[in-house]
Design a protein around this ligand. Structure first.
Ligand code: SF4
Ligand code: SF4
Length: 484
């Protein structure tokens, strides 16, 4: 933001005194950005095709019979690239979130708001889908302005109806897309195929999200980035003078001035045509320097390059560059701050990797029942009473079997209670230990060990959890016996 001090005269700092999206009367400044054309826009169109293809195809991709990505915030179940993170995996979830944040800090420090301009769903849908529909139906910026001022004649009614109907359809599609990431496509297709009455809350969710997206893309628009999005507000602390951004080269452009035929040019390369402002979807003048409202959409690069080509100047007056590259003609991507973030990220990813590799399918807590004593049986064996909880950390059902390892003895279950889809079906005879996906079973168990196996008062027992002879987990507990 020091940039601006180099760019404009001291008296021109007034742009900082007001929010661009609100006019002097306190009313909304509605922006009519001109249609961008040029090399960068074409690249963004292709990138959008790729992003949208991935966005719409990913929910259908399955890995190990489960979605590749799932963010079921309702049931606190997440699947990230095939790794299931359930409610018990709060450490894994916390570390994943933390490493994601450190990655954002690192990425933003180096590349600025590259994410905003190229991959953020808000920008992708707003600029590449909804704005394109608007241009197709209402025409370019000037025509849109005229149409909005025109009386409600047949042409205006038809165009507005067509535009808002198309907006509603796309919003409905996006709402379904969002739910396919929250519930999975299988659940979503059930809501679509089965009677609405069977899925009223979720159907209500689709309608609510359709309305939210419609409001966002038809009315909120640029203000989602400039007012609502917290990421945009963090830019000031995440970026430094080496960060790559869409920036105006004020060293080359200033002093700005119109071109006068048959006059030797004494000004800089900016011909003050305002084309960079005319295409900006957030209505800012990039020549004022780095601003929070800039989403790095590249429209001003193309606009300026087109002008530079016309007037015969070198392209790139506005380009991807950094403050240091403009002033010192050199840029350092790997700064101490970047190294610090990289080290932290590597550490976090190492811990995460270790946690994923060493992760077991179940997590069992087996503790001696509070206040219980060992029991000496007539056959010289000793019994201890335990309470247990077994958590299923996978997204598929498990029927666990607990075994004693390295010692003779047996387990007698006193009953079990499950949580999950069939919670509450406690077994009155043999306990049902079967676990729902991400479910839990709890109960009490007697462990009986022959007395001659026990050499001391406190013995550490090794136990394992199996399913179909596949070992899922190992754990330990203590076993009390009378002193020999
Ligand atoms: S200043 Fe340029 S890059 Fe930034 S939002 Fe406006 S047009 Fe896009
Ligand atoms: S488009 Fe380029 S030449 Fe025109 S005003 Fe903007 S920076 Fe100056």
């Amino acid at each position: 933001m020091n940039t601006a001090q180099h760019v404009i005269n001291d008296s021109d700092e007034s742009f900082r005194d007001h929010f661009n999206a609100v006019n002097e009367d306190g009313k909304r400044n509605w922006f009519y950005p001109q249609k961008p054309t040029g090399k960068w826009h074409t690249r963004r169109v292709w990138f959008t095709v790729l992003i949208l293809t991935l966005l719409f195809a990913t929910p259908f991709i399955k890995f190990n019979d489960q979605p590749l990505l799932l963010f079921n915030v309702l049931e606190r179940k997440f699947i990230i690239f095939g790794i299931f993170i359930g409610p018990q995996d709060y450490w894994l979830f916390g570390l994943t979130m933390l490493s994601f944040m450190v990655f954002i800090v690192l990425f933003t420090t180096i590349f600025g708001r590259l994410w905003c301009g190229w991959a953020c769903p808000q920008t992708v849908f707003m600029e590449m889908v909804f704005r394109k529909i608007e241009y197709a139906i209402e025409g370019n910026a000037t025509k849109q302005k005229l149409l909005n001022k025109a009386p409600w004649n047949t042409d205006k009614i038809l165009r507005k109806t067509a535009k808002y109907t198309a907006f509603m359809i796309v919003s409905f599609l996006i709402a379904n897309l969002l739910l396919s990431y929250v519930l999975g496509v299988d659940e979503l297709s059930k809501i679509i195929r089965e009677p609405i009455a069977d899925h009223l809350p979720l159907f209500g969710g689709i309608i609510a999200f359709t309305a939210i997206f419609y409001f966002n893309f038809a009315w909120l628009r640029d203000q989602a980035c400039t007012v609502v999005c917290p990421y945009g507000r963090l830019q000031g602390v995440l970026m430094d003078r080496n960060t790559i951004n869409v920036a105006y080269d004020y060293e080359r452009g200033e002093p700005r001035g119109k071109i006068h035929k048959n006059q030797e040019r004494t000004e800089g390369d900016c011909v003050n045509c305002h084309q960079c402002v005319a295409v900006c979807p957030t209505g800012i003048d990039i020549r004022n320097g780095l601003q929070m409202e800039c989403v790095n959409c590249t429209a001003c690069i193309d606009a300026c390059d087109n002008i530079m080509e016309k007037v015969g100047f070198e392209k790139g007056l506005i380009r991807y560059t950094s403050e240091n590259a403009i002033v010192k003609k050199t840029n350092k991507l790997i700064t101490p701050r970047v190294v610090g973030a990289m080290v932290m990220l590597v550490l976090l990813w190492s811990v995460l990797g270790f946690m994923v590799v060493s992760r077991t399918d179940t997590q069992t807590m087996l503790l001696r029942a509070q206040g219980s004593q060992y029991i000496e049986n007539k056959d010289q064996s000793i019994t201890n009473l335990y309470t247990f909880k077994i958590f299923n950390k996978t997204n598929h059902a498990i029927v666990p079997e607990i075994r004693l390892e390295g010692i003779r003895g047996k387990l007698i279950f006193a009953g079990g209670r499950r949580s999950g889809a069939s919670a509450g079906k406690s077994g009155s005879k043999a306990p049902d230990l079967s676990l729902e996906p991400a479910g839990m079973v709890e109960g009490t168990v007697f462990i009986i060990v022959p007395g001659n196996e026990l050499k001391k008062r406190k013995t550490t027992l090794k136990l394992t959890v199996y399913q179909d002879n596949k070992k899922l987990e190992e754990f330990e507990t203590t076993f009390m016996a009378p002193e020999n």
